[in-house]
Design a protein around this ligand. Structure first.
Ligand code: GDP
Ligand code: MG
Length: 166
């Protein structure tokens, strides 16, 4: 099995931390260098019977200028072509305008979207339930997976679920 995966979410939710943990190299940080290619491969995870190719989709935020509008359009097209979208949020933060903008952008997309709630090491289980509730009705998520990218909690489970969608 092999497939393309895009991780989207507001700044600082932990996208790079997750990638670095999964790929086991500092590839996500390297991708901060200027790139000419629009849809950049951030990293590849090769396991016994699967290969996951993580694709960067920059510009998933409200555009402020023409270039921003163009990037958003490119990113939207990319999101249609990947096999799974990981929409990552921070368990410490309430759903915000940035999250809602992304969810509006995804509306009508046929690609499965996982809600990945990161930084669960920072919240009480009761708070986690509240945050799941606040997101659940905003989008028909295929899966809801709480993780800690920093500490590694439940990351293996997320990868197992991802495999099922490749
Ligand atoms: P990005 O902007 O979405 O790529 O976010 P980063 O991966 O750069 O992470 C932003 C900050 O959140 C960094 O200081 C990370 O160490 C921290 N962070 C990421 N994941 C976790 C997590 O699971 N738990 C905690 N406590 N901090 C995290
Ligand atoms: Mg990052």
């Amino acid at each position: 099995k092999s497939g393309f995966i895009s991780i989207i979410g507001r700044p600082n939710v932990g996208k790079s931390t997750f990638l670095n943990r999964v790929i086991g190299q500092k590839i996500a940080i390297m991708s901060d260098k200027p790139q000419t290619t629009r849809n950049k491969v951030q990293g590849v995870l090769t396991q016994d019977d699967s290969q996951m190719i993580f694709i960067d989709t920059p510009g998933i935020h409200k555009p402020k200028h023409k270039l921003g509008e163009f990037m958003l359009k490119v990113s939207k097209n990319t999101l249609r072509e990947v096999d799974v979208i990981l929409f990552m949020v921070n368990a410490e933060q309430k759903i915000g305008k940035g999250d809602e903008f992304i969810l509006e952008l995804l509306a009508g997309n046929q690609t499965p979207v996982f809600l990945v709630i990161n930084k669960i090491d920072q919240v009480h289980p009761d708070e986690l339930i509240t945050i799941i509730e606040s997101y659940k009705d905003k989008y028909p998520f295929s899966e809801i997976v709480p993780i800690s990218a920093l500490q590694g909690n439940n990351v293996e489970n997320l990868l197992t679920k991802l495999e099922e969608y490749l």
